[in-house]
Design a protein around this ligand. Structure first.
Ligand code: SAM
Length: 218
């Protein structure tokens, strides 16, 4: 059995035991989670843990999110394949790869240059060319590229940054953890055709802080 076979088996178990078993049913999300080689987004020393049910360090005091949280947030975007998605907090690039599998294009912003460089290198190597990258304060969004049909924020905000509400298309969804620096609630916010916002609570979570103008101070 090759190392690739062993990782494929680990991915299959991850999807069945951590994701499907907790109620994620979207077949496109499950297929993407079965396909993307998550171990390549962490240090080689962590490969044996890459498919385990917890986040892992990626350097710079940051983390790659737990597989279930990646699946939950992605499923909440309800992607069909023709969307433009804004991602805040590229981190390892793993969530970016999942989004690139499921949407037409992904615009991803990371504030730490070294993380962005590492993520881009692996995403390029895996052939994800429907991704645009920006280093900077993601709390400002990416106004030149708006509107977005999906906005996913993988760091914890004190409140929903105003630019996201402005840059979200009608019918689009924002998935974002909101709370204090130590614990948050994951929200799904949908912009309804009449312009009103529908806010759903997806449960408790813990993310690293979103640092920036509309986030936490450094
Ligand atoms: N989705 C990532 C993955 O799959 O590896 C995990 C992201 S990690 C939990 C959160 C990331 O958000 C960190 O890399 C951090 O540097 C980044 N971040 C924090 N504040 C930011 C901001 N204002 N703009 C862009 N990125 C930010």
């Amino acid at each position: 059995m090759t190392q690739q076979d062993i990782f494929a088996i680990a991915r299959e178990r991850m999807v069945r035991e951590q994701i499907e078993a907790r109620g994620i049913k979207d077949p496109r999300v499950l297929a993407a989670m079965r396909k993307v080689p998550r171990h390549l987004f962490v240090d080689e020393a962590l490969w044996p843990q890459a498919y385990n049910d917890y986040p892992l360090p990626i350097g710079e005091g940051q983390t790659i999110s737990q597989p279930y949280i990646v699946a939950l947030m992605t499923a909440a975007l309800e992607l069909k394949g023709d969307e433009k998605v804004l991602e805040i907090g590229t981190g390892s690039g793993y969530q970016t790869a999942i989004l690139a599998e499921l949407a037409k294009s992904v615009f991803t912003i990371e504030r730490v240059n070294d993380l962005m460089l590492r993520a881009k290198k692996i995403l390029d190597r895996l052939g994800y060319f429907n991704v645009a990258y920006k280093v900077g304060d993601g709390t400002l969004g990416w106004p030149e590229m708006a509107p977005f049909q999906g906005i996913i924020v993988t760091a914890a905000a004190p409140d929903i940054p105003l630019p996201y509400l402005e840059q979200l298309d009608v019918g689009g969804r924002i998935v974002i953890p909101v709370g204090d620096r130590s614990a948050q609630v994951l929200y799904k916010v949908t912009k309804l055709p009449n312009g009103e916002l529908k806010k759903e609570n997806l449960g408790g979570c813990r993310f690293v802080p979103l640092i920036g103008k509309y986030g936490w101070p450094e």
